[in-house]
Write a protein that binds this ligand. Sequence first.
Ligand SMILES: *[C@@H]1O[C@H](CO)[C@@H](O)[C@H](O)[C@H]1NC(C)=O
Ligand SMILES: *[C@@H]1O[C@H](CO)[C@@H](O)[C@H](O)[C@H]1NC(C)=O
Ligand SMILES: *[C@@H]1O[C@H](CO)[C@@H](O)[C@H](O)[C@H]1NC(C)=O
Ligand SMILES: CC(=O)N[C@H]1CO[C@H](CO)[C@@H](O)[C@@H]1O
Length: 961
Amino acid sequence: MAAILRGLAAACLPALALGATFDLSGLSWTLKNANGSIAIPGSVPSQAHLDLLKAGVISEPLLGINDDLQRWIVNDNWTYTADLTPFTSTYAHTPGERALLVFYGLDTIANITLAGNPVAWVNNQFRQYVFDITEKLASPRSGDNNLTVAFESAWYYGLNVTSRPDAEYFPNTANVTTVDNFEYPGVRQYIRKIDDDFGWDWGPAFVPSGIFKPAYIVTLLDPTDIIQVAPIELSGSDIVFLEESSIDIYKPLSDPSTLTYDEAADWNVNVTLALRSALPLSAPTITLSIPELNLTSDAIAVESLPGDTAEAKWVTAMWTVPEGLPQRWYTHDLATGPKLYNLTVTLDFHVFKFPANISLTRATGFRTIRLAQTAYSPEEIAARGITPGDQWHFEINGMAFYSKGTNIIPFDPFYSRITTEQVRWVLQAAVLSGQNMLRVWGGGMYQPSSSDVAGGVYSFYSLCDELGILAWSELIFSDTLYPINPFLLENIEPEVRQNVRRVNTHPSNAQWAGGNEIEGIVLQANYSLANGTHYLNEFVTLFQDFLYGIVTSETESVPYTDCSTTHGVLSLEPYVLRFLNATPGSIYGNSERYNYDASQAFNLSTFPVSRFVNEFGFHSMPSFYSWEEVLENPEDFNFNSTVVMSRDHHPPAGNLSFPNPNAPQGQYQMTQGVELWLPTPGTSDSNQTFAQWCYSTQIFQSMTMAAQIAFYRRGAGFGENNLGSLVWQLNDIWQGVSWSAVEYSGRWKVLNYGLANVYSPVIISSFWTPENGTLDVMVTSDRWTDVSGTAQLTWFDWTGKELNSTSYDFTVPSLNNTVLLSATGLSNILPAGSQVNDVFLLMNLTAQADNRTVTNEQYFTPASLANAALVDPQIRVVGHDNYTFELSALGGVAPWTWIDHPAGTVGYFVDTITCLPSNGFYLIPGRDRTVQFMLNPILSKSQSPDPAEFVVRSVWNNTHV
Ligand SMILES: *[C@@H]1O[C@H](CO)[C@@H](O)[C@H](O)[C@H]1NC(C)=O
Ligand SMILES: *[C@@H]1O[C@H](CO)[C@@H](O)[C@H](O)[C@H]1NC(C)=O
Ligand SMILES: *[C@@H]1O[C@H](CO)[C@@H](O)[C@H](O)[C@H]1NC(C)=O
Ligand SMILES: CC(=O)N[C@H]1CO[C@H](CO)[C@@H](O)[C@@H]1O
C-alpha cells in the first residue's frame, strides 16, 4: 500500500517537503459562506475572492468599483471543505506510521477540523503550521472523512477582540494618532495578517481569507514490518520530514561593540534543520559540500532523534570554509557581482541497522553585510569634514557603499495569485534602473524564498540573490502601537523565528528591521499623552528587547534595527535605542521626506540632511493604459471622475466611506505639481487630455524624485556622509493613484526611467537655489575608485538652436563629488542675451569607471516648463519591425519625449547607442534618438504588437492635439 501512495505522491512532490507527500490541492474542495447560500468549488492555494471569481459569483476584484461592491465578502465567514477519500483510500495505517498535516500559510483566523475532530484554531498568516494527525485520521467521527478549514472574518474577529474589556486602549488625539486611519481601522495590531489587507493610501482593502499557500499531508513510514520480512533500501524521505532549514554564513566579529566582522577570518557555515521522524534515528551526521569549490566537510555528528512526530527536533552542524576560497557575493553594480554557490546538505542516519539519508541543495553566497551605527571618530570628523554624530549606512564585505533603491509593497492584494515572472520583472526593473537595494516594507508580507521552498508560491529572495540586489527586510509591524501581552508575544515568536531562519540562506538579505515607522509614533505618544511612558515602555519591550532577542538568536549574518526611520542607538552591545537622547547639531539614524506642497518640490532647503533617507516619494497617476484595464465607461476616463477618484486613497478615508472623501486632497497635490511645473493639460480631445494628465503627474513625480536623489547622493561627499536613498515605492498593488515607479501590469512609469538616469554610477546634476540665484553643477560618483571623464554643458533655446557649449575634464574621488560650475546671478549663468523662459542647459558626461565607459545626461531648465516658450516639435517617428523607433524633432525641442507601448504589452525602451533604459528625454532638433522596445514575452498578452500602435507624446501635447 505504501508503494502506491508513494507513486501517487511523486508527481506532486515539492522539492523540499520531504517524506511521502500528498498535495491537498489535488482534493476536490468546496467553499461555503456562513449560511450556506454560496457553495462553490474551492481551491488550494487560493483565497475566497479568487474562488468566487473563478466560479463566476463575482467579477475581477480590481475592476471598476469592485473594491466597494465586494465588501460583503469581508463580512462573511468562508469555509473550505474537502473529502479526504483520495488520500485515505491509499493510506494503510500501520502501527507506528505517522501522518502530518502541513499548512505553509493560512489567511488568517481559522478552525481546522479533520474527520470531525478539531485539530487547531490558528491566527497567524505569517506562520507555517504542522500538526500530527495520526490519531485523528484513525478515529473519524460519525463517518466524517472531511478536512475543513473554517475562516472567520478577520475584520469581525478584530472588532470582537478590540471590544473585549481587557483589550488595551490606544488613544487617538489631535496630537497623536495611535490607531490607524485606513478603510478597516483599529484592528491590525491584534491580528497577524498583512497590514495593507485592511487598506493603505496606495491600495484597496479586500481583507482576504483562505488557504493561501500550498498544503500537504506527509506520511512517515514505519518500516519495522517490512524490514522483518526482508531488508530493503530505505528512502530517507519516507522516514524524516524536513520541516525547516537555516543556512547562516558569517564571519566572527572583530569588534562586538561596533558589530564589525573580522574580514580575514574563515567563513562559518551554520546549518540547522528541523526534523520530525516516526522512528528513532541513530548516529545521525550532517555532511556539507560545495561541488564548485571541490569542498566537502567531514561527517559532522549531530544529536540523535528520538522518533517523535509531535514536535520538530533541531540539529545543528557548524562547518568552516576558508577565507579567500569562495568568491564573494556583491550587488550587481559592485566588484564582481552576485556569485552564488550550490551548497548540499546531507543528513545520514541509521534506522535499526539500515542506513538512509535525506539531502537538500540551496544556492547561497558568501558576503558580510554590516550596518554601521556607531559614532564617527574625531579623526574622521576632522579629516573628512563629517558632521558629528553616528554613522548610519551599510557595508558589504567591509566596504561602505551607496544604497540606491526603492521600497516594495505586496505584488497583489491576493498573495496566492502572484507569479514568479511578475516579481522577476519588477526586480529586473529595479536592477535596470541602477538600484542595489530594496526595502521590504514592514506593513506587507514576509517575502518568500522561492516558489518551491516552504510553500512560497513565487520566488523573491532567490531572485534577489541571483540578480544581485539587497533586500532590507522588515518584520511585519507597521504604523501602529501593539498591545503587549503573552497571547501576542507567544504568537509572534514562532513567526519571527521561522522567517528569520528561512531567509538566512539568502546573501541578498541586508538586515532585519523590527517594523515600519513606529518609533516616531511612540515618541509622539510619549510626549503628548499623560500616560505616554506606558506606550514607550511597550515599544521598548517589543522592539528593543523581545524582537531583538529573537532575531539575534536566529542569525549571526545580518544586523537587527528597531524600525525604519529611527534615531539610531546609544549602544549596540547591549542594544539600547537612542530616541531623543541627542546632541544638538549632530546627525543620527535615518530619515524620510514627504512634502505634498508641490511648490517645495525642488527647494533644496526642504530636503533632509541625513545619513540615509529610507522613504521619500510623491504620488502620480497610472497610465491611460492601466486605466483601460479597469474603467468600464467612456465617461470614467477623466482626472476627476468618480471611479478615478475612488482609486486615490491619499489621504485615507479612515472608514468605509466610498469614494474616499479625502481624495480631493490627493488629487489636488498632483494637480498642483503639474500646474506649477508643466504646461497644464487641456486639449479638444478629452481622452488625450486625460492621458496627458496621467503622464504629466508621472513627469512631475520623476522630476521631484530625481532632484532629491541627486541631493542625497551628493551628500556622500558632504558633512552628512549620506550613503543611502530609497524611493517610496517601486511596485503597485493595483491600478490606482500611487507612489510607484512600475505600474501593476509591469509598465514602467516615467519615474523608473528617471531612476535609471539618477541611479547611474556617475551622474551630472544641477543644484539651483532661486532665492540667491546660485547654480552648482556637480559630478557625483559612487564607485570605489577615482573616476575620470569629460562633461559637456550646452545651452539651447526652445527652437533647438545651440547657444554655447563648454567642456570640462574632471576626476571625482570615491563616493564623492567634483564641482564643474558654480555661478551666481542669472546674467552670469544664462547665455548672453537670452531670457530665462527661452533656454535650457543640456548636461552630458562620459567617464571611465570600473574599466567601462559610463554616460549620463541630465537637463537644467532655469524656469518652470509651465512658462517655457515651447515651439511645436513636429516629432517624426520611424518604426521598424525589430521594434526600433527613430525619433526626430523636425520643429523645436520636445521636453519629456515619451514613447508608449501598446495595451497588453510589457517591456521597456533602451537607447540603441548607450544601451541604457531611455524614455522621457529632451528630443533636440538634429540630435535624433533611436530606442528599441524590449518586450517581455511571458508577461505580454500580445507577442507581436503592431509598431504603428506605439504612441509618441511630449509635453507639447498637453496643450496641442
Ligand atoms: C462568523 O464566525 C464568527 C465566529 O464563529 C461568528 O461569531 C459570526 O457570527 C459568524 N458570522 C456570520 C456572518 O455567520
Ligand atoms: C463533507 O464535505 C462534503 C463537501 O465536500 C459535504 O457534502 C459533506 O456533508 C461533509 N460531510 C460531513 C460529515 O460534514
Ligand atoms: C472555532 O472554534 C471555536 C471553539 O470551538 C468556536 O468558538 C468558534 O466559533 C469557531 N470559529 C469558527 C469560525 O468556526
Ligand atoms: C462586538 C462586535 O463587534 N462583535 C461582532 C463580532 O462579529 C460578529 C460577526 O462575525 C458581528 O456580528 C459582531 O458585531
